[in-house]
Design a protein around this ligand. Structure first.
Ligand code: KE4
Length: 427
């Protein structure tokens, strides 16, 4: 597979852009090799500037649940574009998208649009702090909520000790109010709350972890979190930036029947355009400016092109049979990959919820971040490279998720399973 032009493009981009990319995970540093510079996408495929074609399971990290260049989305953007790209004034399309989200997501009575998932989670915890008058937040080890200073915290020495900055540039003070506890351990949350009575504003988590590979909640875990947080007046925030409209039209909260106080969204609701959103009960949301005293703003919030793309995407997802098709295609793929690792005698733990799936090269079940970290990431890197050679584009990191779209055909799945068998043989 020739990738001379991608190599040249990367060489040049590194002169002007840190790491040559506008988001770290794209530069293949976790898996080695050079990033492929993409020319275009179409349906389930992407094409790089050397003319190589890949079946794409990254899907722009989740947004493209309809596949690339879905005609409904492209036409919606084109129609919106001729009227203007941005006004900085309200449009009825923002209200229309808000209404769809309110109707679809059980926890959301009112919603504010922003331009990224990071903005959504950052604003949500600020609102929870303003609403409760409390300063501390609890997050789950291994959950990623965007690059929010106070949420880029790793576990302190003990359960009830405060988080430590997980990267340079974050003052220790910024994570001093952040408690970090393991996933799938409701007791740890109870302990952290009881150790700081009336001081915890919120608990924020991905209801299905999608940034450590994919780790589903244990039976009853989310229900217990709902009970504990209600008991102590702690705002429960589900970060559904990945899972919103992905695992079900109403997100993970509708799949598991556990309704948080607030929800963060992104990715799919923008149809591939820059978007994020946070919403919750009207009682909480009335504390956001201009109604309330918690400030949040954004030049391109509710951007007309993002609204047009998001509306087209969510209307398409509201069609009957959509989630059944996603489930059928993804389970076909997951079964094929599971058979492949078994046939090759390679220890792997396969994880899938709906159309998001990932495998860990591990001989045991992965139920939290610590478990994910014991998986063989070096083997994953080699597997990634062998798949890429064979025209299959999966996440360039073990600690991400794979996505099946409505554009993935059974032929795509068959081709992927065949390539996976060849890749595993080559390991
Ligand atoms: P953005 O700011 O990247 O739009 O969203 C941040 C975010 C918030 N919450 C969850 C659960 C997320 O997964 C994300 C971002 N996801 C990553 C990939 N897992 C985006 C890809 C990237 O960082 O390049």
């Amino acid at each position: 597979m020739n990738n001379a032009k991608s190599l040249e493009a990367w060489d040049k981009s590194q002169h002007f852009i840190p790491g040559g990319v506008n988001s770290p995970v794209r530069n293949f540093s976790k898996v080695g090799g050079n990033p492929r510079f993409i020319l275009r996408g179409a349906g389930s495929k992407i094409y790089d500037i050397d003319g190589n074609r890949y079946i794409d399971y990254v899907a722009s990290w989740g947004p493209l649940i309809l596949g690339h260049t879905d005609s409904r989305v492209i036409e919606a953007i084109n129609a919106a574009m001729v009227n203007g790209t941005s006004f900085g004034a309200p449009t009825t399309q923002e209200t229309e998208l808000a209404e769809i989200i309110v109707d679809a997501v059980p926890s959301i009575e009112k919603v504010r649009m922003v331009s990224s998932g990071t903005e959504a989670t950052m604003s949500a915890i600020r609102l929870a702090r303003g609403y409760t008058g409390r300063d501390k937040v609890i997050k789950i080890e291994g959950c990623y909520h965007g690059h929010v200073d106070s949420l880029l915290a790793e576990a302190g020495s003990g359960v009830a000790t405060f988080g430590l900055p997980e990267c340079e540039g974050i003052p220790a003070d910024f994570t001093r109010h952040t408690l970090v506890v393991p996933f799938n351990d409701a007791n740890a949350v109870r302990q952290a709350i009881e150790a700081h009575p009336d001081q915890i504003a919120c608990l924020i988590l991905e209801p299905i972890m999608g940034n450590m590979g994919i780790i589903p909640p244990r039976d009853g875990y989310l229900n217990e979190l709902r009970e504990i947080t209600s008991e102590h007046g702690v705002v429960l925030i589900f970060d559904e930036v990945i899972t919103g409209f992905r695992v079900a039209y109403g997100g993970a909260q509708s799949l598991y029947g556990v309704i948080p106080d607030m929800t963060c969204l992104g990715k799919i609701i923008g149809g591939g355009m820059p978007v994020g959103a946070y919403g919750g009960t009207a009682e909480i949301m009335r504390h956001i400016a201009p109604e309330g005293g918690v400030y949040q703003a954004g030049t391109l919030s509710g951007n007309p092109l993002a609204m047009a793309a998001g509306l087209a995407a969510l209307k398409a997802l509201a069609e009957p049979g959509v989630y059944e098709q996603l489930e059928n295609r993804a389970s076909l793929l997951a079964d094929g990959l599971r058979d492949a690792t078994k046939r090759h005698g390679i220890d792997a733990f396969h994880s899938r919820i709906g159309s998001m799936l990932m495998l860990f090269f591990s001989d045991s079940e992965v139920t939290d971040a610590a478990g994910a970290r014991t998986s063989d990431t070096e083997l994953y890197s080699r597997y990634f490279g062998e798949l890429l050679k064979r025209g299959i584009y999966v996440a360039p990191s073990q600690f991400e998720a794979g996505f099946v779209s409505l554009a993935h055909s059974e032929a795509d799945v068959d081709a992927t399973v065949r390539a996976a068998n060849e890749a595993l043989s080559a390991l």
